[in-house]
Structures are given as structure tokens and as C-alpha cells.
Design a binder for this molecule. Structure first.
Ligand code: SAM
Length: 181
């Protein structure tokens, strides 16, 4: 899964009427496996935009979609985003486009937690997962968001995806909030 987002639908501007989680994944099989692993009674719906797997109460929806084709018209706007390891899964040349798509999906008062990886260059390996320094994240998102590093640690979760011998591995948790005017 590339993105897990919490969406809060509001009525009359203030009253919170419900919440749910929307995920996006490009590979349908991964969505089906996720459903089986977590014993979810997924229902498949087909819309003009594509396929969505959702629980009977509709509170968890996973959209099968190329994340570069997402737009507010397709999946709406989000208050809270948990973006784990997607910026390191895409091609390095697509990062700017990715950041622009993600920022276009945010409500004005957003909280966006981005999990990324940073490691020293390694011969003949450019990912995925690729490495992204904190300074590049700040450039990508900095014109619209305040970027605050919450935590940085050894990246054990991603070690199995990397060649052995990679040095200075850091898994980074960056919280983004609206840019102060
Ligand atoms: C490194 S995994 C991260 C998975 C999950 N977020 C996690 O933290 O374990 C990257 C995932 O992104 C998906 N992915 C890569 N490019 C995509 C794209 N353009 N659109 C949608 N999904 C994509 C892959 O299929 C893969 O499941």
C-alpha cells in the first residue's frame, strides 16, 4: 500500500459526521492480499475512476490506482495523511510530480506524516527503495508545508529491501503542517 489516509467528512463546516481510511495501491493483488491477511470482508466496487475495495461499513477503502493520476475530483481531500515509504518506491525523477499530487489532496488544515529513508550512496544500487535526504524533502514540500523531523532511527523495517553493506541508514518520520504565513 502506498498511502493510508484518514478522511474526515464534515457537515455544516463544523460537525464531524464520520471518519474513514482511504488507501491507494497500484497493484490490485497487493490490495487483495492485504484484505486476506487482515481478514477483511472486502467488497469490490467499480466506478468511473477505477476499482475500490471497501469494508461493508465503508470506513476502509482501498483504491486501485496509479497514484500519479489521483486528484481531488477522484478521491476527495484529506485532513490527515500517513504516507509510508512511497516517495522511496517511485522513480527519483518523479518526486516533484509526486509531491505536487499529494499536496493537491490536502485540506487547508492538514497533518501529513511522511516516512522516508536516507542512506549513503551504494555502488550499482539506486533503489527502490531509494534514498532521500531531509534537505530534499524540505525543498519538495517546503513552499507549502512546515517540515518537522519527529524521529530518525536505523531503518530496520527496510533493511531486507536493501543490499547488505549500506551505511548510515536512517528511517525518517517527518510531520508536515500548513506553512505559516
Ligand atoms: C515500499 S512499498 C510501501 C508499502 C507500504 N506503504 C508500507 O509501508 O509497507 C511501495 C508500494 O507502492 C506501490 N506503488 C509504487 N508505485 C506506485 C504508483 N505509481 N501508484 C500506486 N502504487 C504504487 C507498490 O506497488 C508497493 O506496494
Amino acid at each position: 500500500m502506498v498511502i493510508i489516509q484518514y478522511k474526515f467528512e464534515r457537515e455544516k463546516d463544523v460537525k464531524v459526521s464520520g471518519s474513514g481510511v482511504v488507501g491507494v495501491e497500484g497493484v490490485e493483488k497487493i490490495v487483495q492480499e492485504f484484505g486476506e491477511e487482515h481478514k477483511l470482508d472486502f467488497r469490490l466496487t467499480k466506478t468511473a475512476h477505477g476499482k475500490t475495495y471497501q469494508t461493508p461499513d465503508g470506513r476502509l477503502q482501498i483504491v486501485v490506482e496509479d497514484l500519479f493520476s489521483l486528484s481531488p475530483a477522484k478521491i476527495g481531500l484529506f485532513d490527515v495523511v500517513w504516507d509510508r515509504a512511497s516517495i522511496i518506491a517511485i522513480n527519483v525523477c518523479d518526486r516533484e510530480k509526486y509531491a505536487a499530487v499529494m499536496m493537491s489532496l490536502l485540506e487547508p488544515e492538514f497533518r501529513y506524516l511522511l516516512v522516508s529513508l536516507d542512506y549513503a550512496p551504494f555502488p550499482n544500487f539506486n533503489g527502490p527503495p531509494s534514498s532521500i535526504p531531509l534537505s530534499e524533502l524540505t525543498v519538495l514540500y517546503g513552499d507549502k508545508a512546515e517540515c518537522k523531523l519527529l524521529e530518525s532511527h536505523g531503518g530496520n523495517d527496510f533493511q531486507k529491501l536493501l543490499p547488505s553493506g549500506i551505511e548510515a541508514l536512517a528511517e525518517r518520520y517527518v510531520l508536515m503542517t500548513p506553512k505559516k504565513k
